[in-house]
Design a protein around this ligand. Structure first.
Ligand SMILES: Cc1ncc(COP(=O)(O)O)c(C=O)c1O
Length: 375
């Protein structure tokens, strides 16, 4: 029998998520180099040493199921943010929470509004559930909240607001977000994705915690970025109890393994490591802005641990040339910006190496095109 007859029709249309290239993947093609990965917005400082130690201690217990509801971590998150535990749900990455949100709230035919471009998983989960993604083009690289309001209909179930937005790194202001929320019908749930929230410096940014429990907002956060635990897959959602209860209805019994739970508790308690990570990103942002301006490239000012850069030429070419130099970035074609690339902010030496390689690559390109013109 044809697979089209077996599979649910919704899943056949889905364009799978394409992650940034891993070091293992590029090594196969380009060989062993001193690789730096600036493609997936991970914490280039790595995890907290306390998290590593916690994982070591937990290793001998992996024959036992983990604690299903992640009570210790839930308690720690509740205490950190002065929230009752009932408003916290933890799962294996914000990715999985996004899927759980769709499973819990999106019926066949429901509309889900999101920016274009933004984190593509929002589209995938909507389609899995048979919902209809409604995309609203960014305005000046930023969420167009008025444009989103105009697209709200009787069928609207969810709105994703990625703040800072991936891939542009832009944020909405608290004032515009408050106005936006006040104009929305109460039946529409807003998912405020703050995967990069800890890196924001702009004082006008809304703090998602202010909305937890008060509005129809589900706040998403992750241990993958500032806490450096992307490989362990753990994230959390905060919100009104009735909304969070719905997520428990669709949650697997043991979605977060022992090592991830132990590491996350330790990471949460190592505030120093998180602060150092944020400082490194803020310094790196300023350095890269200065250097990109010197080279004559434009970029979107970012509140996240990455920068969306306009290379003023096909970014696939820049991407491939940088791979030869041992540097992995993310080209922008998939987001509809073929001359842009998204580059994670690295350590000081990595940022310097990236800028040196980029100058080399762009300069070579200029020479080649001059040679082409003269021949
Ligand atoms: C905006 C955004 N939300 C969610 C995620 C998923 O995070 P996690 O690693 O916790 O699944 C990412 C990952 O890159 C992201 O960029």
């Amino acid at each position: 029998m044809k697979i089209e007859k077996l599979a649910r029709k919704n899943i056949l249309k889905i364009v799978s998520y394409v992650p940034g290239k891993s070091i293992e993947e590029v090594q196969k093609e380009y060989g062993a180099k001193r690789w730096i990965k600036l493609a997936s917005n991970e914490n280039v400082l790595g995890p907290s040493p306390k998290a590593i130690e916690a994982v070591r201690k937990e290793l001998s217990k992996v024959h036992l199921y983990p604690e299903g509801p992640c009570s210790i971590l839930r308690q720690a998150i509740g205490q950190k943010f002065s929230l009752p535990e009932k408003r916290v749900v933890i799962s294996n990455g914000a990715d999985n929470l996004i899927l759980m949100i769709a499973c819990a709230f999106v019926n066949e035919g429901d509309e889900v509004i999101m920016a274009d471009p933004t984190f593509s998983v929002y589209t995938n989960v909507t389609q899995i559930m048979g919902g209809k993604p409604i995309k609203v083009r960014l305005k000046d690289y930023t969420h167009d909240l008025d444009g989103i309001l105009k697209r709200v209909s009787r069928k609207t179930k969810l709105i994703f607001v990625c703040n800072p937005n991936n891939p542009t790194g832009t944020t909405v202001s608290k004032e515009s977000f408050d106005t936006f929320l006040s104009r929305l019908p109460e039946r529409v749930i807003v998912i405020l994705d703050e995967a990069y929230g800890e890196f924001v410096e702009d004082p006008c940014n809304p703090d998602g915690l202010d909305y937890v429990g008060k509005k129809q907002v589900i706040l998403l956060r992750t241990f993958s970025k500032v806490y450096g635990l992307a490989g362990l897959r753990i994230g959390y959602a905060l919100g009104r109890e009735d909304l969070i209860d719905c997520l428990y209805q669709v949650r697997e019994p043991f979605p977060v393994h022992r090592l991830a739970q132990a590491a996350a508790v330790a990471a949460l308690n190592d505030e120093k490591h998180a602060v150092r990570s944020v400082q490194m990103v803020c310094e790196g942002r300023r350095y890269l802005y200065k250097e990109l301006s010197r080279i004559g490239l434009s970029y979107v000012p970012s509140q996240a641990n990455f920068i969306f850069i306009d290379f003023h030429k096909d970014s696939e070419e820049v991407f491939r040339a940088l791979l030869k130099e041992g540097i992995i970035i993310r080209p922008g074609k998939a987001w509809g910006y073929p001359t842009f690339g998204r580059v994670t902010i690295g350590r000081r030496a990595e940022n310097r190496r990236f800028i040196r390689a980029l100058e080399e690559v762009l300069h070579k390109g200029t020479l080649k095109s001059l040679l082409r013109q003269s021949s």
